[in-house]
Design a binder for this molecule. Structure first.
Ligand code: GLV
Length: 374
């Protein structure tokens, strides 16, 4: 049922244009404007004060306590992110609060970022820039002071073939890479067929010197054959499913990788065992890594990953993969995370789709409302 005049609290400023859409719908919107996240107690206080919608980001822990504070009043949690590992799904289901995400609108931004950081670490872009910046650029030499590894024509393992994994794989087609796809959940053979057709076309046209291949393979095969391993899985903790992804990339996985291979992570930090990654890099078990996400964010000042000895082989970014103006801020729900977040809140608050959360496109925990879906 429409609920104009209801109050909404946003734990971060998701952009004026999108928030103004909520105001234009008659909602009273309060925004936590500090760039640092609000404390848990502030979130609880706001929820307890009777807000109808809570807009969150992945830095907020949305757990049982938050749900309990909003019992009877909180009608929707609209997360401005695709990942929802910060939201306690079971608690949300128990309190029958739909929570939403922004799947779909950050696919291309994240996939292209994964490709760019893959290129950055492999082609030593940071070292090259630093050389110029520090005026240490000597005369041209065939291999001094360093060389990079060429990406074109190499083999890439795409671990996780949801939207972002497949978008990343599509970008790899343009670099004539062989694709080793791995998914613990489901295989999209149709996608493989289309990738194969594109590879054939590129070969026939002479765009690609060698006929490239795409196939689904086991995890071990993906890890052991790849020149680049790129992670595109959600964080799934042990016990949450029979295919958890927590520490999926552990010591055993590093043992499988070629010493010349690179690891790229734009998914979630805890998918990698960082202690094992540190050892793999220090011992030169692998060639390098580029990370956008970490076990703990922001990356702690004393993280071993900051070790100066790793600098040339480990490039670190600040959870920035979706960080484009379009993707983060557009108020259009088909383009921007902000737009999708506010649309998701509006859908629930105004009872779109017959007021049935199972029919609302951005609701994640549809299972909690199946009884409304006669
Ligand atoms: C970013 O990491 C997101 O989940 O949106």
């Amino acid at each position: 049922m429409p609920d104009k005049g209801a109050r909404i609290f946003a734990t971060a400023d998701i952009g004026r244009e999108a928030l103004d859409r909520l105001r234009a719908h008659g909602y009273r919107v309060e925004v936590h404007t500090d760039t640092e996240p609000p404390s848990k107690s502030l979130i609880i206080e706001k929820v307890r004060s009777g807000i109808a919608a809570l807009i969150t980001t992945l830095r907020d822990s949305v757990d049982e306590e938050v749900m309990a504070a909003g019992a009877g009043t909180l009608r929707v949690i609209a997360q401005c992110a695709v990942g929802v590992d910060n939201v306690d799904r079971e608690a949300a289901n128990r309190y029958r609060v739909p929570f939403t995400n922004t799947a779909g609108v950050l696919t291309e931004a994240t996939a292209e970022f994964a490709m760019f950081i893959l290129g950055a670490v492999s082609r030593k872009l940071y070292q090259s820039e630093k050389l110029v910046e520090e005026n240490r650029w000597g005369s041209w030499h065939p291999y001094h002071p360093f060389l990079g590894d060429e990406v074109t024509g190499k083999t890439v393992a795409v671990i996780g073939t949801g939207r972002i994994g497949k978008a990343f794989a599509r970008k790899c087609l343009c670099l004539d890479m062989d694709l080793l796809l791995h998914s613990a959940r489901s295989r999209d053979e149709k996608f493989v067929g289309f990738a194969d057709r594109e590879m054939q076309l590129r070969y026939e046209a002479g765009f690609s010197r060698k006929r490239r291949t795409a196939s689904y393979v086991s995890f071990d095969e993906a890890m052991s054959r790849a020149d680049y391993v790129s992670l595109h899985v959600p964080l799934v903790m042990p016990g949450e499913s029979d295919t958890p992804t927590y520490h999926l990339i552990n010591r055993e996985a590093f043992e499988l990788m070629k010493p010349t291979a690179y690891l790229i992570n734009t998914s979630r930090g805890p998918v990698i065992d960082e202690a094992a990654l540190f050892d793999a890099l220090i011992q030169e078990r692998i060639a390098g890594a580029a990370l956008d996400v970490y076990a703990k964010e922001p990356l702690p000042a004393d993280s071993p990953l900051r070790d100066a000895r790793l600098k040339d082989r480990l490039r670190l970014f600040h959870h920035f993969a979706s960080g484009t103006r379009e993707t983060r801020l557009s108020a259009d729900p088909d383009t921007g995370m902000a737009g999708r977040t506010v649309q998701a809140a509006i859908d629930v608050l105004e009872g779109h789709y017959g007021g049935n959360p199972t029919r609302m496109p951005y609701v994640v925990n549809k299972e909690a409302f199946l009884d409304e879906d006669e």
